[in-house]
Design a protein around this ligand. Structure first.
Ligand code: SF4
Length: 159
């Protein structure tokens, strides 16, 4: 078996969103590995991804990871300050909407085929966030899914 990435499900859709937004992959000030994991996913639609909660492969090297936990905080919500708790909250909603489970092993192709459910529920998933931000997220995920499926020549039924 080849490399197995561990990923929070929302990180997969963030990577597709960033592709749709035309974002370059480069190191982040926090030192995490999102750019490296995104590059692997952008280049390999068959790479194995294990869906996890908590911290994942993108967190490697992050200055906000302590003893395997995310200790970062968020400020854009009134109901959460812990990034890890907010991530768990969002991920549970995405998993439910997409019919996925923690521990499941998937590929980018499989997860992209689930993106129609993510997109269809995106305003419920991100309820409480700035709606314009969610509208932009939606458009970028749709665009990213189109670009990815065109690049690798498989059908995208995300929209
Ligand atoms: S440890 Fe927290 S801030 Fe760092 S990459 Fe992971 S989720 Fe993001």
């Amino acid at each position: 078996m080849g490399e197995l990435l561990e990923l929070l499900v929302h990180h997969f859709f963030d990577i597709i969103r960033d592709l749709g937004a035309g974002k370059d992959l480069k190191p982040h000030l926090l030192g995490h590995s999102l750019h490296k994991i995104a590059a692997k996913i952008r280049e390999d639609p068959q790479v194995k991804i294990k869906i996890v909660m908590g911290c994942d492969s993108t967190c490697e090297g992050c200055s906000k990871m302590f003893e395997g936990r995310c200790v970062d905080s968020i400020s854009h919500r009134a109901d959460f300050t812990s990034k890890e708790r907010f991530n768990d909250f969002i991920d549970k909603k995405i998993l439910k909407a997409c019919g996925l489970k923690t521990g499941e092993i998937a590929t980018p192709i499989k997860l992209l085929k689930k993106s129609k459910f993510y997109i269809g529920h995106i305003f419920q998933i991100y309820e409480g966030n700035d709606i314009k931000h969610t509208q932009k997220r939606r458009a970028d995920v749709v665009r990213g899914g189109e670009l990815y499926s065109q690049k690798f020549g498989f059908g995208n039924d995300a929209v």
